[in-house]
Every structure is written in structure tokens, then in C-alpha cells.
Design a protein around this ligand. Sequence first.
Ligand code: DX5
Ligand code: ZN
Length: 230
Amino acid sequence: MMANRFEIELSASLMCANLLHLGRDLDALTAAGIHRWHFDIMDGHFVPNITMGFDLLKAVTHYSSLPTDVHLMVDNPEKFVEDLVKSRATRIYFHVESTRAPHRLARTIRELGCEPGVAINPATPIDMLNTVLPLVDAVLFMAVDPGFAGQPLVPHIEDKVATFSQMIVSHPPLAVIVDGHIDLETARLMVNAGANGLVLGTSALFLKDTSFLEAVHRLWAALDLQGGVR
Ligand code: DX5
Ligand code: ZN
């Protein structure tokens, strides 16, 4: 069955945008048909990098009406959720590896009025998600070890997504998103495996001499023309 464009959500990874001309990029990405913003927050501990913070998040959520998903790559994610909600995050992904109490954290995020999402690193088994799934709206599969744009793909993540997609057949609908090294080939692999959302960075969207419009067009073409896409 061909993928229906309206089934697949495209998120732009803003750590890859031109932060000196961010408003211009947000306008162009919106015009290109991007559905959501993906906002990576890193603390230099959970991952060896420090990226964007609350002030930039507020600037984005006040500037654009598109939903903004925060990907928390931090230790002690509990410390940040209240300020993220005040910054108008739509969805908050916390890493299942970063907290001892994922169920309490997911409930707190929802009680604060935000969508809870759980993120999982490439090496973490999907069984780690079993008990928290009923409490979240989305699962973010990392296809690279998190922390930087432009990293090599970890092999067989599509198998992990496929196994997970089978696992949740009887669950209420979940957003199944893949983040990291999503190019035209891996986009097709992940959608074929059951992903219904893709985080786009330097591998498919923020390309040297290609407009966002052309990059998104190529992505839809890659998903539609390959046939057999889910
Ligand atoms: C990696 C980030 C991703 C990354 C995706 O830690 O979470 O958003 O920027 O972009 P590419 O395509 O460069 O891997
Ligand atoms: Zn991310």
C-alpha cells in the first residue's frame, strides 16, 4: 500500500538550521511543507554537546504556529519540563535512559498540558519501553548515537522499528518517529518498517545547494515512487 503523504509527518531539526537567519529558515521550511519543528536540547552530560536553550525555544514557539517537539538529551529531564511547557513546547521527548521514573515523568508532562514522548538510543532494547508506552503519545527512535548532526547511521534500526510496529499493533495509535541520518534511502526504509514521522536534518533537508522545497519534494518522491511503501 503506498504511503499516504498525510500519514507521514516531517519534522525539521532546527539545530541544523541557520541560527543567524532562523526566522527566514522557519518561513521557508513552512512554505516547503514541513509539519513540525524538532528542537534538540543537550546538556553536555547525557550527550557530549550543548545546543539550544529556552530563550531560542520561546522565540521559535512565539514566531511559528507549527507544533514544536523538544528532544531532551539531558540528565535529570524532570528538572526542565515545567520551563519547557512555559516555553510552549507541544511535545516533550525524554530519553528512557535518562530517568529512573519514566512513568512519573510521562504523567507529569501530560498533567502540565504537553504531549509526552519517549526517545530511545540505538543500543537500547525496545523492551525498555514496554511499561511506559501506555503513558506516551510518541516514540522517537534514534538512528544515530545522539548529540550531533551529520553522524553515521547505526545499522538495522529499521528492524527495530519494524519489530516495534508489530508490537504495538493492538495499542492506541502512537507516533513512531525516527531521528538521525534520515536521507532518501533511510526515509524509505523507516517508513516501510512502520515509522509515521521523520526528523530531517543535514541528510535530507539542510543540504548545500538545494532549496527546502526541492528537498521536501525529493523526499515525497522517494517515498511515493519506491512502491511497496507500507
Ligand atoms: C542528533 C539530532 C538530530 C540530527 C538529525 O542528535 O537529534 O536531529 O540533527 O540530522 P542529521 O540528518 O544530520 O543526522
Ligand atoms: Zn533530535
